[in-house]
Design a protein around this ligand. Structure first.
Ligand code: 5AD
Ligand code: SF4
Ligand code: FES
Length: 369
């Protein structure tokens, strides 16, 4: 079917998604134009900031693709102290970012739970209750998720990495700490508790096909996620998956495929929040702007103190690694103008999808508050 015809549809099957994901040349332009139109109609032209605090690169897991995996001995491990984290949050507040994302390696311990709980409360306090808090701290127990929510967090990012069980297996060690079902259950729990639940995948992984990616989009739709962050897979030399680099798509094609994924997702799930992943900018200096043009509406400027940014290297060529937070602020302002987007300063920018979903189904999380 011609792409023009596919774009006119209101419901899309797997084959439609594969066709759209495969678009190149003029078809790709049509796809991007259509996605941009939908974005404008359903979520508007605003882009919302989430100040990203990468507070620690200490991780208990060993994901085969990730540069800060536990088994990588060549990483200098760091763990910001509370004052440094709160300083980064204060910076976000003072610069009107609206929200922060607290991201770190995955640790599950009572002390860790208590620490994050305390930090959430402190961040709320220093911002006069106004900063939104997104957490990205991996798989945790229901109790932990609930405690963090009570302390003020209201969004949670947990990428499924690949919704295809076999591919998930191939990119993770085969043990109980890296289990597809556990990841899935965590996502469900987050949604049940009333978080805005976000997930995502890596694009261009070894052994990944366009059909897998179409499956990922259907997974997101079926799961009814509120937000998605997804970007190209970028091989890291100190990881096991690096051995498979010969079968990867060229990096530029992974980038294009990631943009196609963003565009098709916008067409499929019109009112969710979609982040322009930093990994896009690691490949193309204008990567995030291109993502915003094709449907993304969330940017996560790094507000981690400059000194530590280089050590949070999940992949190589991480952008802004040597910049300070205030350098990024001015830079992003100019960049968003280039992408014809307006920055929603001081706004939470919650996903429209989430608001509608909450109105439809009163979730158990609401009663607990
Ligand atoms: N390339 C791209 N993304 C990666 N991530 C981890 N390692 C890589 C890599 N080599 C992503 C994962 C994880 C998120 C925090 O970073 O999707 O969920
Ligand atoms: Fe740890 Fe996340 Fe990296 Fe996996 S992807 S090793 S959980 S930081
Ligand atoms: Fe960090 Fe441009 S966004 S320097």
């Amino acid at each position: 079917m011609e792409i023009r015809e596919t774009l006119k549809k209101v419901q899309f099957d797997r084959q439609d998604l594969v066709n759209m994901l495969s678009a190149t040349g003029e078809d790709r332009n049509l796809l991007y134009e259509h996605a941009a139109k939908i974005r404008q109609e359903h979520v508007g032209s605003k882009v919302y900031f989430r100040g990203l605090i990468e507070f620690s690169n200490i991780c208990s897991k060993n994901c085969y693709y990730c540069g800060i995996r536990k088994g990588n001995r060549s990483v200098a491990r760091y763990n910001l102290d509370d004052a440094e984290i709160l300083e980064a949050a204060r910076f976000s507040y003072e610069n009107n970012y609206g929200s922060v994302v607290i991201q770190g390696g995955e640790i599950a311990s009572p002390a860790f739970t208590t620490r994050i709980e305390r930090l959430c409360r402190e961040i709320k306090k220093l911002s006069d209750n106004s900063l939104g808090i997104t957490l990205s701290l991996g798989e945790q127990s229901r109790e932990t998720y609930a405690r963090w929510m009570n302390a003020g967090a209201h969004r949670y990012l947990l990428r499924i990495e690949s919704s295809n069980r076999e591919l998930f297996r191939k990119i993770h060690p085969e043990d109980e700490h890296h289990d597809f079902d556990t990841r899935y259950e965590c996502l469900r729990t987050l949604q049940e508790l009333g978080y805005q639940a976000g997930t995502g995948v890596m694009i261009g992984l070894p052994y990944q096909s366009i059909d897998h990616l179409a499956g990922d989009l259907l997974f997101m739709q079926d799961f009814d996620v509120d937000m998605v962050g997804m970007g190209p897979y970028i091989e890291h030399p100190d990881t096991p998956l690096y051995a498979h680099r010969d079968i990867l798509l060229p990096i530029r094609e992974r980038f294009d495929l990631a943009l196609n994924m963003i565009a098709v997702l916008r067409i499929l799930m019109k009112d969710i929040n979609i982040a322009a992943a930093t990994a896009l900018q690691a490949i193309d200096p204008m990567g995030r702007e291109k993502a915003v043009r094709t449907g993304a509406n969330i940017i996560m400027p790094n507000v981690t103190p400059g000194l530590f940014r280089n050590d949070y290297a999940l992949y190589e060529n991480k952008p802004c690694a040597d910049e300070d937070p205030d350098q990024c602020t001015g830079c992003l302002d100019a960049r968003m103008q280039l992408a014809d987007a307006e920055i929603g300063y001081g706004e939470w920018g919650d996903s429209v999808h989430y608001t509608k979903r909450r109105e439809r189904i009163p979730s158990p999380g609401k009663k607990q508050q």
